[in-house]
Design a protein around this ligand. Structure first.
Ligand code: ATP
Length: 366
């Protein structure tokens, strides 16, 4: 297995810059998820690591080797695609063993390797079948088995689950995590599904289209916990989390108070505040009723959604729409109700309204 280092990577198609100043250090054995909206360059970065994409600046290292100019075949990486890319006229066994056969590996060794990997991904009973007779989930397992049998240094996954239905996605997601543990492999996984990112990644790289910042498109690269609890800017705050973080504009005193509704909230900041800030709060950190733990906002309930294990309440308030999430079903407002909502003070996030960067609080210190 191997660590992957992307050093100051630029990628452009003609005059259009897609990836700029990308810096990432992916540790040996880590499961890293690249997440971001459509078109932000996730697949391009994966193809770059695989050697399928030229770049105009920077270097790619796999372990200590600079592979920037190396052929795909010499990089020892395996890529698993969304569309499986299986040979339809070959059986599952032949699909998995194809690469080994080309390399003229001994038939007994091939047989042993294929059966071992098939067992690992649950395909033992399907080795004689053609891909056309398999379900989407089974086909994706064949694609996975074909990658595993090569013992690559790095696995690259390009939205491998996006063709599967929700139930299958959840079970294969779990299997992939277990497989990652078993193999101890370095895996880089592209998705635009933030639930996949949050549940699968040891680390998440949140990417934005280059137009968002202009200078770079890696917005934050950290553990799922840090990305969720301390988003580095408004883009990450709004992209990660479902339902989305509530955000609204507020005035500051410039020193240590921020006006929310008609209450001044004292905050401990490292630097003077900008005059306008964006305040953020996640739906689960809004509670029904007036409480001492934070500013209270009144509003009228627009819609409620009962999801069984939790319910969401969407309320129109004078600071804007606020979504509240609770697992407690006892207090259940209905549309049209007048409602008091408390925003838990220690759960508030603050961003500069101009730069959209997170405003560090004293409590943010490591
Ligand atoms: N060969 C190409 N020539 C020109 N532009 C390209 C080429 N390949 C990709 N692009 C552009 O590069 C940008 C990034 O594409 P990429 O496929 O990496 O995005 P993505 O984040 O993986 O998106 P998605 O989630 O939709 O797959 C897009 O704007 C795309 O149109």
């Amino acid at each position: 297995m191997a660590n992957v280092s992307l050093r100051n990577i630029d990628i452009a198609y003609g005059p259009v810059t897609i990836v700029k100043s990308l810096q990432m250090e992916i540790a040996d054995g880590e499961f890293t998820v690249l997440v971001g909206p459509s078109g932000c360059g996730k697949s391009t970065i994966l193809r770059l690591i695989a050697g399928l994409e030229p770049h105009s600046g920077g270097d790619i290292f796999i372990d200590e080797n600079n592979v920037s100019a190396a052929n795909p075949a010499d990089r020892n990486v395996a890529m698993v695609f969304q569309n499986y890319a299986l040979y339809p006229n070959m059986t599952v066994f032949e699909n998995i063993s194809f690469g080994m056969k080309i390399r003229k590996i001994d038939a007994t060794e091939i047989d042993h390797a294929v059966r071992e990997v098939a067992k690992m991904v649950g395909l033992t009973d399907h080795l004689h079948k053609r891909p056309g007779r398999l379900s989407g989930g089974q086909r994706q397992r064949v694609a996975l088995a074909r990658a595993i049998v090569r013992h690559p240094k790095v696995f690259l996954f390009d939205e491998p689950l996006s063709n599967l239905d929700a139930e299958f996605r959840a079970s294969i997601r779990l299997e992939l995590r277990q497989l990652h543990k078993k193999l101890g492999a370095t895996m880089i996984y592209v998705t635009h599904d933030q639930v996949e990112a949050m549940t699968m990644g040891d680390k998440i790289a949140v990417l934005a289209p280059i137009a968002v910042k202009g200078t770079h498109n890696l917005m934050q690269y950290d553990t799922p916990e840090v990305i969720y609890s301390k988003p580095t800017n408004l883009f990450v705050a709004r992209f990660i989390g479902s339902p989305k973080m509530n955000t609204f504009e507020a005035e500051s005193s410039g020193q240590a108070t921020i006006r929310i509704g008609d209450q001044d909230i004292a905050v401990k900041v490292k630097r003077p505040l900008p005059s306008k800030v964006i305040v953020g709060i996640r739906p689960e950190h809004v509670v029904v009723g007036a409480h001492a733990e934070g500013p209270t906002i009144t509003g009228r309930v627009a819609v409620t959604e009962n999801l069984g294990h939790e319910r969401l309440v969407f309320t129109e308030t004078k600071i804007g729409p606020i979504t509240q999430r609770a697992s407690d079903q006892t207090v259940c407002p209905t549309a049209g109700d007048e409602l008091e909502l408390t925003l838990l003070r220690h759960r508030l996030h603050f961003f500069d309204a101009v730069t959209e960067e997170r405003i560090e609080m004293v409590s943010d210190a490591p």
